[in-house]
Design a protein around this ligand. Structure first.
Ligand SMILES: [Zn+2]
Length: 337
């Protein structure tokens, strides 16, 4: 088994990497990974590329699980460096502290699967130009939004929906006592923005659960919460992401996992990690066998005037508060061609 340095791209132009270049090893790794998912996941998962924006407690865990499930290529984006506080609930090590999260995560992922293609963007998504985002999003099969910033999540929503890419938004509520996974499939579900506005309305009648920011999901960084509670929600999102990667012609077990939910309009999965949480008592009252660990799917409605997924074409982008401009049609066509 030969171990050498191998090159891969980062947005900083760095050449990173230490891994196995030997093709035999790479094949053995792939065979090993697929031997444990045979018949559940399609083997063409090795040709899939995922974008993960935000690689903190949720995103780093999801990225690692996706690679261990066989995803063959990833783009990871995060401007932050690893801090000691991150060690309690991320995949980072003590010697990663002070270093770029994306660079350290890329190294770790390459060590799991040396054949993994990984591209690092040490950037806040809101500093990226439309052209950069169109270029990145267009290359990916599924977009995973795990930033702790609702504004960044909205930017991801616009570009993913605009480019026809399925996206999964994962968020934790106050103290990780609850959490959510929002699935956005262009043409099939309302977008993230429509979904979160429904929750916002629910919070007004049944109490707030989100960290107090304008859209609720808020910053998890610095919040006291158990890593296992965060991973409970993140794990569910990994299965959802994997099911979105199964090709329509395949007949593996995970195919169609989401279809019945989406047909019923369920695109918003919520979790509780404690008894009597939020609106859950209204639903489960009188149902035997209920305690902590419950989940409820919500069916958000599309706002027909939504600038992202609504039917009305608008000249005014109501999200102009974000520095990133909406991609123009010409840009999208250029990137897709
Ligand atoms: Zn919408």
């Amino acid at each position: 088994m030969s171990r050498r340095f191998i090159k891969y791209r980062t947005s900083d132009g760095f050449v990173l990497g230490e891994g196995f270049k030997n093709r035999g090893v790479i094949r053995e790794v792939q065979e090993g990974i697929s031997s444990r998912t045979l018949g559940v996941l399609s083997t063409d998962i090795f040709s899939k590329k995922i974008l993960v924006v935000g690689v903190g407690s949720v995103g780093s865990y999801i990225a690692e699980q996706l690679v261990r499930s066989g995803v063959g290529a990833m783009i990871i984006m995060d401007p932050d460096v690893v801090e000691y506080a991150n060690l309690s609930r991320t995949v980072y090590m003590a010697y990663d502290v002070g270093k770029s999260k994306v660079n350290r995560l890329a190294k770790r992922l390459k060590r799991i699967n040396p054949g993994l293609e990984v591209e690092c963007w040490r950037r806040d998504i809101q500093t990226c130009s439309s052209e950069e985002l169109v270029g990145i999003f267009s290359k990916c099969d599924v977009i995973v939004a795990t930033t702790d910033d609702p504004q960044a999540q909205r930017v991801i929503n616009r570009f993913a929906y605009g480019l026809g890419k399925p996206a999964v938004f994962v968020g934790l509520y106050e103290g990780a006592e609850g959490g959510e996974v929002i699935i956005s499939i262009p043409g099939e579900t309302p977008c993230y923005q429509c979904a979160t506005s429904v929750r916002h309305e629910m919070e007004q009648t049944t109490g707030e659960v989100g960290v107090k920011t304008d859209y609720g999901t808020g910053k998890l960084e610095g919040v006291v919460a158990l890593g296992v509670d965060i991973q409970h929600v993140a794990s569910a999102s990994v299965k959802i992401i994997l099911s979105l990667l199964v090709p329509s012609e395949s007949n593996v077990k995970l195919k169609g996992f989401l279809a019945p939910a989406i047909e019923k309009g369920f695109s918003y999965l919520t979790f509780s990690m404690k008894d009597q949480y939020w609106f859950y008592p209204y639903i489960f009252e009188g149902t035997p066998g209920q305690y902590a660990y419950q989940s409820v799917w919500l069916s958000p409605l599309r706002n027909e005037e939504c600038v992202v997924c609504g039917k009305i074409e608008q000249d005014i982008d109501s999200l102009m508060m974000t520095p990133v401009k909406m991609p123009t049609l010409a840009n999208i066509r250029k990137a897709v061609d």
